[in-house]
Design a binder for this molecule. Structure first.
Ligand code: CA
Length: 239
């Protein structure tokens, strides 16, 4: 749990097998602006918010994380991946797959942004805007677009209609072996390797590969490295 007012960075950790009532992987309740980047958050179990829970947190930036096989254990399975509660978080370029519970659930969040994520195979909704009218003012603005949302058991969305630039295509995960970090990388042929929003993309991916290559960016935590793409440079002959 991260609590208090420091602008810390949590990067490159393997967060596995934890149990808590809320936010078993990472629980943010801070007035600061933490950056949660490039972590592998897997097989954690909570009542709600199994992977990451943000509750009255500041402008948290959550980028390049893989959240998989986390379990929200209540019968409603609220947020197996990420729950954003009253926090203007930036949830960008994460891979949120095969969790027991909704991929992303957000509520009472002014200015939240959910962009460039892969949200697939979760037991629940892909992305849920929890819109209890007692809690949510209709004037609260949010951005949710350029996400690839598919194969979630209760459908792509609830509480809103999805983004204009969302996709629903098989992301072509590497998909083999027991190393979940490797498993949820995407293959070079992935249809989402060039379909993200460059406006929202972080500078690097979870491997340290530079993003926005040739004017395009991948969805999810993994950018296809430049060596894996076909890049043709001009050939100049000098005499
Ligand atoms: Ca990469």
């Amino acid at each position: 749990m991260i609590y208090g007012s420091s602008d810390l960075t949590v990067r490159g950790n393997w967060i596995e097998g934890n149990q808590a009532s809320f936010g078993a992987g990472i629980y943010l309740q801070t007035t600061a602006a933490p950056w949660i980047d490039g972590n592998i958050i897997v097989t954690n179990t909570s009542n709600t918010a199994a992977g990451i829970g943000l509750n009255q947190a500041g402008v948290a930036t959550v980028t390049n994380n893989i959240l998989a096989h986390n379990v929200a254990s209540t019968t409603a399975h609220l947020a197996g991946g990420i729950l954003v509660e009253s926090s203007p978080a930036r949830i960008v370029n994460n891979t949120i797959a095969d969790n027991t519970g909704d991929g992303i659930l957000f509520q009472r969040a002014e200015g939240v942004a959910i962009v460039n994520n892969i949200v697939s195979g979760n037991l629940g909704h892909g992305i849920e805007h929890y819109s209890d009218t007692l809690w949510v003012s209709p004037t609260l603005a949010y951005t949710a677009d350029y996400n690839n949302v598919l194969d979630n058991s209760d459908g792509h969305y609830t509480g809103f209609g999805g983004g204009m630039n969302d996709l629903h295509v098989t992301p072509q995960f590497v998909g083999s072996g027991t190393d979940l970090r490797a498993f949820y990388h995407i293959q070079a042929t992935s249809p989402v390797s060039v379909t993200g929003s460059t406006a929202w993309a972080p500078e690097f991916d979870l491997d340290g590969d530079r993003r926005i290559l040739g004017g395009s960016v991948s969805m999810g935590a993994d950018e296809i490295a430049i060596a894996e793409r076909h890049v043709y440079l001009p050939l100049v002959l000098r005499q």
